[in-house]
Design a protein around this ligand. Structure first.
Ligand SMILES: [Zn+2]
Length: 301
């Protein structure tokens, strides 16, 4: 019995050796691809290292949300649109793009089905840990590309509060989604949410998810129920004006407007990536600031 086992183990060792030799004699496995993916999650660990090097430490964090978008657009409209724009921009001007992120401010849509609304403290904590972890992996310049209007206050606040304590990276926020002028003439006056612009862009990013025939089944008109002046802010303002979580006319959307706006968005993000790559002022002065802030009484004008 013992002899039989010994024989078996010798045979096994021979088979193993033979298989090792034959695998060594195989042609080299696929070499690392010359064109790196811009998707963080698609890179191998060693390609990730190369990606960080190639991007000069610039990483994008496209920031979406999950909320109702009128009666005709998918819940993930902001996430899908911002990823489409950011991924195309990074393909033009290389940067590593962080996976799907949608943990932002959307308390004002809690009355609508499908909304994912995280608490204020979790939004900030999760974003901080995410950027900290990105930096630990070599992203020393993090460009948050905002795809959601409800984050307009959150993200500059987040960036400002990076000065609270030292970080070895800089947070940048790119918060533009549509050009002010140019392109095909727009037909609607109000166009804030799931309206002409957003619906048009979705016709480019994911046309199969747009339902133009449903766009008029609810009203996206301003119901103008708020009577206090516009310079007094209150969180319920949006609901007073657009209780259907729809602002504008999705039915006015066209592919032509979508293509124009999407091209503008992609080019603008690509330009921002380039600028951030070239920015040596912010990292340097941010470090100087952190150092001075440990002994403010010594700081001279
Ligand atoms: Zn949106």
């Amino acid at each position: 019995m013992r002899r039989a086992l010994q024989k078996l183990s010798v045979a096994f060792a021979l088979i193993l050796a033979a298989s090792l030799i034959s695998s060594q004699s195989l042609p080299a496995q696929t070499a690392p691809s010359s064109k790196l993916s811009v998707h963080w999650e698609e890179l191998t660990a060693s390609d990730f290292r190369e990606g960080i090097h190639q991007s000069q430490g610039v990483c994008l964090l496209p920031f979406g949300i999950i909320e109702k978008h009128g009666p005709h657009l998918p819940l993930g409209t902001d996430l899908l649109d911002v990823r489409y724009a950011a991924l195309h921009a990074a393909a033009q001007e290389y940067a590593v793009v962080f996976p799907e992120y949608y943990f932002g401010q959307i308390a004002e849509a809690r009355h609508e089905p499908g909304t994912m609304s995280y608490s204020r403290s979790l939004q900030l904590a999760l974003l901080q840990e995410t950027t900290d972890e990105m930096s630990r992996n070599g992203c020393k310049k993090i460009l948050i590309v905002n795809g959601h209007g409800g984050n307009d206050s959150l993200l500059p606040y987040f960036a400002q509060t990076q000065l609270e304590k030292p970080h070895d990276y800089v947070v940048y926020v790119f918060n533009e989604r549509s050009p002010d002028h140019g392109g095909p003439q727009k037909k609607s006056k109000i166009d804030m949410h799931a309206g002409e612009s957003e619906t048009s862009k979705m016709m480019i990013a994911h046309p199969e998810l747009v339902h133009p025939d449903r766009a008029t089944s609810e009203s996206g008109a301003d119901q103008a129920r708020q009577k206090i002046s516009e310079d007094i802010y209150t969180g319920i303002w949006w609901y007073t004006r657009f209780p259907n979580h729809y602002s504008g006319e999705g039915a006015a959307a066209t592919k032509e407007l979508g293509q124009y706006q999407m091209n503008w968005w992609i080019d603008s993000i690509a330009k921002a990536i380039k600028e951030v790559k070239g920015d040596d002022v912010s990292p340097k002065l941010q470090q100087e600031f952190y150092e001075k802030s440990t002994h403010p009484l010594d700081t001279q004008p």
